[in-house]
Design a protein around this ligand. Structure first.
Ligand code: HEM
Length: 124
């Protein structure tokens, strides 16, 4: 049987490692770092955000996790995230997946999921 996306991302530990590195990448990406750097001063909030992201990606990729956070519209409402910022975040995700040697097919699957959320996340 074909592996789930969850399995191909390395399951719970794989997704945790990816989320850690994506947030680190956002903090040094000049296009979006201002949105994320405040978390450096609030490690508890950073850990909460990471836990939400792990649950989101875990649940969304076929894992046993349950995501109890807000939907993507509610989570990003009022931030007025531009398309450029959105693309910068996607670039970070793609770079981290490549650095973790996630295969190309799986990277494309993640890209498609990310892209399907664009309208919920940007310009609102
Ligand atoms: C595919 C793209 C994205 C996905 C899948 C995503 C996913 C998420 C998730 C699951 C949360 C947690 C929601 C909750 O705590 O209830 C969140 C929060 C957040 N996202 Fe995103 N996001 C994306 C793009 C972006 C972009 C482009 C930015 C800014 C440049 C951004 C900034 C934030 C911030 C600052 C929070 C914390 C909100 C808060 O705690 O009030 N996100 N995101």
């Amino acid at each position: 049987m074909e592996q789930t996306l969850y399995d191909r991302l390395g399951g719970k530990p794989g997704i945790k490692a990816l989320v850690d590195d994506v947030l680190e990448a956002h903090m040094v990406n000049p296009a979006i770092s201002a949105r994320f750097l405040p978390y450096r001063e609030r490690p508890d909030d950073l850990n909460d955000a990471k836990a939400q992201l792990c649950a989101f990606f875990g649940a969304g990729s076929g894992g046993p996790e349950q995501y109890t956070g807000r939907d993507m519209v509610a989570a990003h409402r009022g931030m007025n995230i531009s398309t450029g910022e959105y693309m910068a975040a996607i670039d970070d995700i793609m770079s981290v997946l490549a650095a973790h040697e996630v295969d190309e097919m799986t990277r494309k699957d993640v890209l498609m999921i990310g892209y399907s959320l664009k309208g919920d996340i940007t310009n609102q």
